[in-house]
Design a binder for this molecule. Structure first.
Ligand code: HPA
Length: 271
């Protein structure tokens, strides 16, 4: 170890032993309304984010998060239930802290989930999209602070996408694939911004996931990410957007993702 590395303070000085000693095969971040996935698993332990020094806490009332250690079909999983967002005023680096912590437990893959508005008229609300790429429209990066010129050609691991694609077809689930545009929020987009993103090649828009994906890849994890299409983006339909609608559609669609993940996890174990 060089003397400069030795001088760096440990980012998470006191990780609770239950978590520090857990060796998940796969880590999952469960986004808005997708917490139901945890109910399908056998829970082993819970650690509130508030018990982990160095981890940011949500500033949104009622959004306190926790890690859940669990198994599904005998496969050890680490579930991150709840995340912090850029619109709360956290930096991109802070938002990715939970990924740096999870990476210490050496899962082979990280699966990210989110709620998103759909810009693509062929991808209706209520469905699921697997990310094949993203547009980071926040102007920020979790890697800021060093000269980490990291290759981003394949953020969303092709082998994982292949496993999910195949499992979705076995299950008869129509899984879209496309490009996720990440915006800072917290306000939803204007119709002009939505048209801009359509021209740029985005299929869906949301306010999370990309910082976590960048950080995870930079730490050598395989990454897959899924958007629950909760609403038409502004101007795509004439209906105004509501947070209540986003939460409700997310909850209804969660069951489909649970089944897809359950089927795919066994295969992920093999890669
Ligand atoms: N825009 C941005 N973020 C979102 C949306 C949206 O339409 N729906 C869910 N998250």
């Amino acid at each position: 170890m060089t003397s400069s590395a030795a001088a760096l303070p440990e980012e998470f000085p006191k990780i609770p032993a239950l978590l520090a000693e857990f060796r998940p095969r796969v880590a999952l971040v469960l986004g808005s309304g997708l917490g139901g996935f945890a109910d399908a698993c056998d829970r082993l332990f819970e650690v509130p984010y508030a018990d982990i020094l160095g981890l940011p806490l949500s500033k949104v009332p009622g959004h306190a998060g926790k890690f859940v250690g669990a198994t599904l079909g005998g496969i050890p999983l680490l579930l991150a239930m709840g995340r912090v967002h850029f619109y709360e005023g956290h930096t991109a680096r802070t938002i990715a802290a939970s990924v740096r912590l999870m990476a210490k437990l050496r899962p082979s893959a990280l699966i990210l989930t989110n709620a998103a508005g759909t810009l693509n008229r062929d991808f209706a609300p209520g469905g699921w999209l697997m990310l094949k790429d993203h547009l980071n429209l926040t102007g920020a990066s979790p890697l800021t602070g060093g000269a980490n010129f990291f290759d981003m050609t394949e953020v969303y691991t092709p082998e994982l996408r292949g496993i999910f694609r195949q499992e979705a077809s076995v299950q008869g689930l129509h899984l879209h694939e496309g490009v996720y545009a990440c915006v800072p929020g917290p306000q939803y987009e204007t119709p002009a911004e939505v048209r801009m993103m359509q021209v740029l090649g985005a299929d869906v828009v949301g306010m999370s996931t990309v910082f976590e994906a960048i950080q995870a890849r930079a730490l050598g994890l395989q990454v897959a990410a899924f958007s629950c299409l909760t609403n038409w983006a502004a101007g795509v339909s004439s209906a105004p957007l509501s947070h209540a609608e986003v939460m409700e559609v997310g909850q209804q669609a969660a069951a489909q993702l649970c089944t897809l993940l359950q089927g795919a996890l066994e295969k992920i174990e093999e890669i």
